[in-house]
Design a protein around this ligand. Structure first.
Ligand SMILES: Nc1ncnc2c1ncn2[C@@H]1O[C@H](COP(=O)(O)OP(=O)(O)OP(=O)(O)O)[C@@H](O)[C@H]1O
Length: 349
């Protein structure tokens, strides 16, 4: 079942000088259980779309339905039971504890006298536990770090228990481990509690690994797909690649490319390497060396490269042999060799 249904939607802003169109989306849906990442370059319209879905701004054209009801026709109480919206920047005036802030998420459900039940209290504590914020439950929310505050705001949305949770760059201030944990937590909440969660983010690589689907905004439109579909059509590369950044569809990561072109190179591992029994993962080391050379503008090729590099294992020592421009050098590798620097200083300069 669809929680969100978008038809012929045009997002944007009206002013006395006329309408400013930001995006046009003929049809978009979010189903129960969906955890979807909304990605796209700066200024492409992610926040504008989220604010339109939440009913905070009106569409220039078309409509948004939440559980079959037009969002702009929902009462504010119904809206707060159906939609929670986590913003990236929040500031509270006055002194509010972390618990007070998360408890605000329960207010659509309180009785006539505004009294919270024990189960409301349990939901608040569980939400704080879920996001890893229970340890600062009594702190003044304005004294928290940006990352800590983000966790609290996500806990408030969880406590609000809405069908749709929208998050605008809410993991931006979190460190890597917290980002992964919050992504996984949001996915689990979507699945186990049958919610639809849409998170705008610049975490393209993590979205590909964790989200069920991606919405990629680009030039007024939205490309929708599962990560495997998106990768197979190279949608990420088509949208994000520039002269200096290229998306590697095989490894699901962005590679840096130099704007200038340098020498061609090839790296091979000689069979003797099989006898090596040290604590390095040689294949990974070579993979990252290739990336380093490519980021310097070097072109990887197996067919007669200008610089041929081979790694072997002789007399208990790893040894690089570098050949090119009529010259050969050997380097004993004690795991500290900056191979790119060696090549440039011995062969290029
Ligand atoms: N209130 C407004 N009035 C007019 N234009 C606006 C308004 N708010 C945003 N915009 C413009 O709408 C466009 C989309 O902005 P939006 O914030 O939706 O992009 P975004 O994809 O979320 O960007 P970012 O990744 O940088 O956060 C931008 O060109 C922005 O300048």
């Amino acid at each position: 079942m669809n929680i969100v249904e978008v038809q012929d939607l045009t997002t944007g802003y009206s002013s006395k000088n006329g309408d400013k169109v930001i995006g046009q989306y003929p049809s978009l849906q979010l189903e129960k259980g969906d955890f979807v990442a909304l990605i796209g370059k700066n200024g492409v319209g992610k926040s504008t779309l989220l604010k339109t879905l939440s009913g905070d701004i009106s569409p220039l054209k078309g409509e948004v339905k939440i559980l079959n009801k037009k969002v702009d026709e929902l009462s504010s109480l119904d809206k707060s039971k159906q939609i929670s919206f986590v913003l990236s920047q929040v500031h509270f005036t006055g002194k509010l504890s972390v618990k007070d802030v998360v408890t605000l998420g329960r207010y659509p459900y309180v009785n006539w006298w505004g009294k919270l039940s024990k189960s409301d209290n349990d939901i608040v504590l569980q939400a704080l536990e879920d996001v890893g914020a229970i340890d600062f439950i009594d702190r003044d929310v304005n004294t928290l770090s940006d990352g800590e505050r983000q966790k609290v705001m996500i806990a408030r949305a969880i406590a609000q228990d809405t069908s749709l949770i929208l998050l605008d760059e809410s993991t931006a201030h979190l460190d890597l481990i917290n980002r992964i944990e919050i992504f996984q937590l949001l996915k689990k909440i979507a699945r186990t509690r049958n919610k639809a969660i849409l998170l705008s983010t610049h975490e393209v690589e993590m979205s590909l690994q964790v989200a069920d689907k991606l919405w990629i905004l680009s030039e007024n439109k939205c490309i929708v797909g599962t990560p495997d579909m998106i990768i197979s059509k190279n949608d990420i590369g088509n949208v994000f690649n520039t002269e200096t950044v290229g998306f590697d569809t095989q490894n699901g990561v962005f590679n840096f490319c130099a704007t200038h072109k340098s020498f061609s190179f090839g790296i091979e591992l000689e069979p003797s390497i099989n006898d090596y029994n040290g604590d390095l993962n040689i294949e990974n080391r070579v993979l990252w060396l290739k990336r380093k050379f490519q980021s310097e503008g070097c072109f990887l090729t197996n067919e007669t490269p200008e610089i041929k590099i081979s790694l072997s294992y002789k007399n208990d020592i790893l040894e690089w042999e570098i050949e090119g421009f009529g010259k050969v050098i050997k380097i004993h590798d004690h795991n500290k060799t900056d191979l790119y620097k060696e090549v440039v200083s011995n062969f290029i300069i």
